[in-house]
Design a protein around this ligand. Structure first.
Ligand code: IPM
Ligand code: MG
Length: 370
């Protein structure tokens, strides 16, 4: 068997390492029962890397990420590193990975599984059957725009500033990802900005409209202001299929969309780069939830978002929808059977630890293998 899938594991901080452990077990299962070859390497990112190397992403780790087919990341950050200078902070390591790997398209699905309809804080009829995809631009905008800083003016007044900036190619390439995805779904895109107050928003709208008219006129395109989008997401989220938006609005709206599903502990994400001449693209997969330092090490974290991120890797990096679905279905069966980690506990269900949730998912996989 050849180890043809080269994966870099970056568990990171907090609950990252413990949720990643469950993915190792699924990889072992796929190797044994599905005859797949994986070559898994592990590295440090975030606070863990800072503690070991004094930087939240070592150059060697970045090189390993560049050389792998796909990266799976746990989570970064925690109060332990609150006093570390911003450019060395755990989050800076993640931002550098995204930027250097040029992972401009961040796919954040929000789907409500039937078994979890009641875990949402919204009424069941609002969220039942929800399936939307946020495509967040990830390598430009105010997160990276220059100039930025904190300075003291000649008159002694201090000020802080960032720059929101997008080039036409940066907008076009992420909008293209959204239109392509929409064609495989229900063919509807909402492009979200603040064209009513921001020049960059006017420009975003122009560029998305231009691409739409030129190449994607078959897809329904709606423009929406970001504040309205936030409101519509909690009012009637099923009006959306694919939402495409900039880095900052995407950060906010994806947290909001995530919570429609009841728990951040359920949601995976994929960050994708451009397809090269060989049909390959750089990719990083990570759960949408953070490092949750308050529950780290207690074996109560939900491993599902990370397992589903791995399933996205199978689908998008290894073009293996069959094994992706196998994992997704196993997760759904376990939830339907009434097992829950603490974050998605409901009346009448059984609370289990991280590893017991992992055991149950492996048992479901075993049933398929038989
Ligand atoms: C996210 C996170 C990150 C972001 C942080 C950890 C830098 O909130 O992935 O949504 O703001 O992009
Ligand atoms: Mg965020």
């Amino acid at each position: 068997m050849t180890a043809n899938r080269k994966i870099l594991f970056l568990p990171g901080d907090g609950i990252g390492p413990e949720v990643m452990r469950e993915v190792h077990r699924v990889i072992d299962w796929l190797t044994k029962h599905r005859g797949l070859g994986f070559e898994v390497q592990e590295g440090l990112v975030g606070g863990a890397a800072y503690d070991a190397h004094g930087t939240s992403l070592a150059d060697e780790t970045l090189a390993d990420a560049m050389a792998s087919d796909a990266v799976l990341l746990g989570a970064v950050g925690g109060p332990k590193w609150d006093d570390v200078p911003r450019q060395l902070r755990p989050e800076a390591g993640l931002l550098r990975l995204r930027k250097e790997m040029d992972l401009y398209a961040n796919l954040r699905p929000a789907t409500v599984l039937d078994a979890l309809v009641d875990a949402s804080t919204l009424k069941p009829e609002i969220v039942r059957g929800l399936d939307l995809m946020i495509v967040r631009e990830l390598t430009a905008g105010v997160y990276f725009g220059e100039p930025r800083g904190i300075e003291t003016l000649p008159d002694g007044v201090r000020r802080g500033f960032d720059t929101q900036v997008y080039t036409a190619p940066e907008i076009e390439r992420v909008a293209r990802v959204a239109f392509e995805l929409a064609r495989k779904r229900t063919n509807k895109v909402h492009s979200v900005e603040k064209a009513n107050v921001m020049e960059s928003g006017v420009f975003w709208r122009e560029e998305v409209s231009r691409l739409h008219a030129a190449e994607y006129a078959d897809v329904e395109l709606n423009h929406m202001y970001a504040d309205n989008c936030a409101m519509q997401l909690v009012r009637w989220p099923k009006q959306f299929d694919v939402i495409v938006t900039d880095n900052l609005f995407g950060d906010l709206l994806s947290d909001c969309a995530a919570m429609l599903t009841g728990s951040l502990g359920m949601l995976p994400s994929a960050s994708l780069g451009a397809v090269d001449g060989m049909g390959q693209r750089r990719a990083l997969y990570e759960p949408v939830h953070g490092s949750a330092p308050d529950i780290a090490g207690r074996r109560i974290a939900n491993p599902i978002a990370t397992l589903l991120s791995f399933a996205m890797m199978m689908r998008y990096s290894f073009d293996d929808a069959a094994n992706a679905e196998l994992i997704e279905n196993a997760v759904q069966k376990v939830l339907a059977g009434g097992l829950r980690t603490a974050d998605i506990m409901q009346e009448g269900t059984a609370k289990v630890s991280t590893d017991v949730m992992g055991d149950a998912i492996l048992r479901e996989l075993d049933k398929v293998a038989r």
